[in-house]
Ligand binder design. Structure first.
Ligand SMILES: [Fe+2]
Ligand SMILES: [Fe+2]
Length: 328
């Protein structure tokens, strides 16, 4: 791709966007568009991968075999989401190694929500219901974004995120109709996860530095506040249906707008956690760096295997029917 920017090229690009065209990696794009997408997609990939850590913590402690299988599959799904997104981001000309180095050096961000601890089994339900639920809202919109590889990755990811949301809600609903101790445990989990989930949509529109350009380029299809409101409107009736209280005394239905009006989000807390001062920032990054180091031999072995496979002539496909091994 020729990177030279001229007013004509820029105007042609903006016209394509305005006409609803999808931009592909080989198409000309302004450097600002490429940089913003790379920032969002790599941050999104990092969030999928770091997001495995708080939940992975509970795989060995899931209360039943069925719950363990479900959680294991969900955590594996998140690893897959990270891989799709790293691949999609690589189409913008940066390698996966460079993106991972930026994460491990602390130069790149991931979603601040994953810096909160998972203190009880009910947190796994609350994360699935609320955090994956918020991801579904955000990613449904990204599936319609103007950059082809990102939009396509989102389509498949959204289907899986929806499943995670339903799985989380089922855990929360089960605990909500359980014993008094279970009800208290799940209410406590929702109390802790509600506000950080609302922060996932990013700062209020008035303070969102990148929003204007992203909306014009159709990378972002709705503002942070609009997405947050959409999520609240979806979630309040779900909480009411199972007798869970959302920890916001100011939450009130506004008949005129049809929206559930919420109280003020503590944006100081959001900025503090983003700066690295959340409850688990250090723990998460240490675990991520350790996992990367401990997985080095696996990556090297996979690369060596692939290099050897490429140097060999393709084998003829055998036409002899295969038999099951005899039982002993
Ligand atoms: Fe995911
Ligand atoms: Fe998920």
């Amino acid at each position: 791709m020729d990177a030279v920017e001229s007013p004509e090229r820029r105007a042609a690009f903006e016209a394509r966007i305005a006409a609803g065209e999808v931009i592909e990696p080989k198409d000309w794009m302004p450097e600002g568009y490429r940089r913003q997408l790379l920032r969002m997609m790599s941050q999104h990939a990092h969030s999928e991968v770091v997001g495995m850590l708080p939940e992975g913590n509970w795989i060995t402690r899931a209360p039943t075999l069925r719950r363990k299988i479900g959680l294991l599959a969900k955590v594996q799904d998140e690893a897959g989401h990270g891989l799709y997104l790293y691949c999609a981001a690589e189409s913008l000309g940066v390698s996966r190694d460079e993106m991972l180095d930026a994460l491990h050096d602390g130069a790149a961000r991931y979603a601040s929500i994953f810096n909160y601890p998972t203190l009880s089994w009910a947190d796994i339900g609350a994360i699935g219901w609320l955090v994956d639920g918020a991801a579904v809202v955000n990613q449904t919109l990204l599936a319609k974004c103007s950059f082809g590889p990102y939009a396509r990755a989102m389509l498949r990811i959204c289907r899986e995120e929806n499943f995670h949301r339903r799985q989380g809600y089922e855990i929360v609903a089960t605990l909500a109709r359980g014993t008094a101790a279970q009800r208290a445990m799940v209410q406590d989990a929702v109390n802790r996860w509600w506000w950080p989930t609302l922060m996932m949509f990013g700062p209020p529109d008035a303070e969102s530095a990148n929003s204007e350009a992203l909306m014009r380029w159709r990378v972002k299809r709705q503002s942070n506040d609009a997405q947050r409101q959409w999520f609240i409107n979806l979630t309040v009736p779900q909480a009411n249906a199972i007798g869970i209280e959302l920890p916001d005394p100011e939450l009130e239905f506004d008949a005129e707008s049809g929206n559930w009006k919420s109280g003020a989000v503590d944006w100081d807390e959001f900025r503090r956690v983003l700066r690295g001062d959340g409850p688990c920032n250090h723990e998460r990054m240490a675990a991520r760096r350790r996992a990367h180091e401990e997985g080095r031999w696996v990556r090297q072995a996979a690369q060596a295997f692939e290099a050897r496979r490429r140097t060999r002539a393709p084998r003829e496909i055998s036409t002899t029917p295969r038999r099951e091994p005899a039982h002993v």
